[in-house]
Design a binder for this molecule. Structure first.
Ligand SMILES: C[S@@+](CC[C@H](N)C(=O)[O-])C[C@H]1O[C@@H](n2cnc3c(N)ncnc32)[C@H](O)[C@@H]1O
Length: 250
């Protein structure tokens, strides 16, 4: 597990402060209601700072978040309550004993698994964490869009009263492994002292085709019950960067 996420955690919520977690949870609940009869508990893999998990817990579900980054977990733990807890683990090494109605993994977490070996372990572990008939909802980077539109250099600038973060992203395409290295150069300016700290991070992201996910589902005891563009539910195409899958444990 790359320790880039430990540094990332200190400005993660600031970088994504405009991300509409409430809307995403409503969308996930819609999928859950459509594909699962009765849901009381949910396991979230790659739960980050615990935002989806904590909204789901506030709606009455028992939620456990699984997250490898110690620093992300620290932030998430501040949101813990009787029906919300967090466990430090990667997906590929997770071996919990409880069986859940629903597993989720959101904001391209599965794309951080770049090798076939880790993917096979991760899908098997998610399958083991579900009851028979339980569903797994996740989103990934979609190969047709990545390979036709190609990732570009981007800069994101965002600030609060305390810090200003400037993040430059330079992608490097590995054509034969379906992996993009997103090279981040980050400046964090402390507004009080007017001093800057610089970090370099590489996020290795895999993109997937629909048949690839179907094959992974087949070999790990799932069937694919839905796939469409994340949030809009449109049919995926060459302009669809994020595709959401719903798998059901057989
Ligand atoms: C883009 S963040 C998404 C976090 C959260 N799901 C959200 O929507 O805000 C990606 C997360 O995936 C986690 N992650 C990366 N590799 C992972 C792995 N192998 N197993 C589980 N989580 C992983 C990172 O630590 C990070 O918290």
């Amino acid at each position: 597990m790359p320790d880039v996420f430990n540094i990332y955690s200190s400005y993660y919520d600031l970088l994504y402060k405009d991300k509409d977690y409430e809307q995403e949870v409503d969308y996930i609940l819609d999928l859950i209601n459509r594909y699962q009869d009765h849901t009381t508990n949910i396991i979230e893999f790659g739960s980050g700072t615990g935002k989806h998990a904590s909204i789901l817990a506030s709606k009455g579900f028992d939620v456990v978040g699984i997250e490898p980054s110690e620093e992300m977990i620290k932030i998430a733990n501040a949101k813990s309550k009787s029906n919300l807890s967090f466990v430090q683990s990667s997906i590929e090494s997770y071996n919990g004993l409880k069986h859940f109605d629903v597993a989720i993994s959101l904001f391209h977490v599965m794309s951080y698994l770049t090798t076939n070996e880790d993917l096979k372990k991760a899908f098997a572990n998610v399958n083991n964490s579900l009851k028979t008939g339980g569903i797994f909802i996740f989103d990934i980077w979609y190969s047709p869009a990545v390979l036709t539109q190609l990732p570009e250099k981007r800069t994101k600038s965002i600030e609060n009263e305390v810090i200003k973060v400037l993040r430059h992203a330079t992608p490097e395409i590995h054509w034969n492994s379906n992996v993009i290295d997103v090279n981040y150069h980050i400046e964090v300016l402390d507004k009080m002292t007017n001093t800057s700290t610089y970090f370099d991070e590489i996020h290795k992201m895999r993109h997937f085709s629909i048949p690839e996910i179907k094959l992974l589902a087949d070999v790990s005891g799932f069937k694919v019950v839905a796939n469409h563009e994340f949030l809009t539910a449109k049919q995926p195409g060459a302009d669809t960067w994020g595709v959401c899958f719903v798998l059901q444990k057989i």
